[in-house]
Design a protein around this ligand. Structure first.
Ligand SMILES: N[C@@H](CCC(=O)N[C@@H](CS)C(=O)NCC(=O)O)C(=O)O
Length: 204
């Protein structure tokens, strides 16, 4: 059985949600960053990690893509398009967008608010990161258009990562998403049963 190390209050949320979408069995070790449970596996102390047999995989997106590649049942469903297709190239492009342009500014803001030692925190970093985040949301609104999900009709991994980032922004950093198609898109995704199940774990 898969073992997830990392709390649902962290990017571990993405991995739990992914498991729920795929209907997989897993054990959750709800460990905080730099806790003994993660340091035993990852010297950087970063969560999440996935234990697969004798191996350990780091990085939430790599873990989720691995799980989707391994367990997707449909031709183009279950979180991922098939490797080597144009649809997958667009999906991977969206994944990079989510990480570079949406996760990136959120992480910068977090580092300069609580993660870095106080003497390294820069007071101008947060507004600059917010500028970058707002620009990314505008770009999402334009590129998404009327589509239900970023790659079209199918819910894929970048939708999951983008929605996790939207939660991080709205509920954590307190950066609102303006009314419009991006906000509607996030609210639609939040209706998914696997998302609701994951949210329950976050609260319990
Ligand atoms: N790219 C990694 C980032 C992992 C990461 O930075 N996790 C945070 C918690 S969400 C952490 O453990 N931070 C502790 C640190 O940076 O030292 C992923 O997606 O898993």
């Amino acid at each position: 059985m898969y073992k997830i190390i990392g709390s649902p209050l962290t990017r571990g949320f993405r991995v739990i949600w992914c498991m729920e979408e795929l209907g997989l069995e897993y054990e959750l070790i709800s460990a905080k960053p730099h806790s003994p449970e993660i340091l035993e596996l990852n010297l950087s102390g970063k969560v999440p990690a996935l234990v697969v047999g004798d191996d350990v995989i780091f990085d939430s997106t790599a873990i989720c893509q691995f799980l989707a590649d391994k367990h997707a049942k449909g031709e183009q469903g279950d979180l991922t398009h098939k490797a080597g297709t144009i649809a997958r190239a667009h999906q991977d492009s969206w994944t990079q967008f989510a990480l570079d342009e949406v996760d990136g500014p959120l992480w910068t803001a977090a580092k300069h608010t609580f993660s870095y030692p106080e003497e390294l925190r820069c007071k101008d970093a947060k507004p600059a990161a917010k500028f970058e985040f707002d620009r990314a949301i505008k770009s999402l609104e334009t590129r998404l258009g009327e589509k239900p999900f970023v790659t079209g009709d199918t819910f894929t991994l970048p939708d999951l990562i983008l929605c996790h980032c939207a939660n991080w922004a709205e509920f954590g950093t307190k950066w609102p998403i303006p009314d419009g198609n991006a906000k509607d898109y996030f609210n639609r995704i939040r209706q998914r049963p696997a998302y609701k199940k994951t949210m329950q774990k976050r609260k319990s």
